[in-house]
Design a protein around this ligand. Sequence first.
Ligand code: PLP
Length: 404
Amino acid sequence: MYDITKVREDFPILQRKIYNRPLVYLDNGATTQKPRQVVEAMVDEYYNVNANVHRGVHFLSQQATDLHEASRETVRRFIHARSASEILFTRGTTESINLLAFSFGEAFVHEGDEILVSTMEHHSNIVPWQMMCQRKGARLKVIPISDDGLLDMEAYAQLLSEQTRLVCCTHVSNVLGTVNPVADIIRLAHQRGIPVLIDGAQSVPHMPIDVQALDCDFFAFSGHKVYGPTGVGVLYGKETWLEQLPPYQGGGEMIKTVRFEKTTYNDLPYKFEAGTPDYVATHGLAVAIDYVTALGMDNILAHEQQLTRYATQQLQQIDNMRIFGPTDHHDAVISFLVGHIHPLDLGTLLDRLGIAVRTGHHCAEPLMHRLGIEGTVRASFALYNTTAEVDALVASIRRVQQMF
Ligand code: PLP
């Protein structure tokens, strides 16, 4: 059912040698590698279809538009949104959150209001809210976490107040792999009529997503983390909310009529999509989604869970190994430190052995601060990783340890 050898053949980069050793790519939380199908579809579009979308009556423009809009429908189906007009194309999770911070802030946030984020957010789900709070005289409130990296749900319930305008929380931590109880988070917020944004950057590549079942009001993710191209991402928003928000950027596409006296705005989703979209990337994203859908998100989840469990067990055998985050409620990310070896040194030496991991604060400085550390080494898994690669990681860490 899940033929890993065949899957790996779809990813040419996995055949590369680094310093004369087979590449072991364990930096999938930062970005995933691309299957042939995605790259070839994009090359084909540039060679055979390319024309600007929406504005042309000619054949190529119609064809490019059809591909672009079919991609929106593919995304809708993938995350189970009600309508394609609830799918906004952006440059990635970061732009999706900035869009929402600006537009939601303009429409709904006033002096003294509060925005809730969690301690384990990526900078892109903190800084846009800080900037908006500064502009609006609002306050950022932070949901604490336990020592083992779980959200403090009691503290969360107490933080929700008359002043809370929005809750912003990551589905899966990019550092700890914690899978947050987002359904509970949303339910508690909704009991008080407060909308919720879920940052899905680290969940979409690893598990089936149903935004209607979750009942989240907004959901953001990046194409490049789910085997698609860079430069494209998605903001999902419930139509009832999006209708009430002002546009983020002005320009072509997002208008109905323009007069010097007054401009009227386009319907959803185009109201939020000023300028020429990256229509080749949206097509690439749709092909990536078709790719993972054909493999089956449940199969991908099962494969990665098995791999993460195995990796955790093997890493725990290493002397002076310190793994951060919860042991259950865990996704395909493992952050660790080994003895007193600086994460940068460990990462650099692992690289020399062909193993690509990420080191540092992982764009989550407040979380590092909470854990009382400067950074970690992070191994993050994808659908093409193998237990042999985990063994290579473990053996290489042991080798580095001996050098020290
Ligand atoms: N949110 C989380 C949880 C992430 O892991 C990342 C990227 O690492 C982002 C947001 C930002 O994504 P992007 O850089 O693609 O906009």
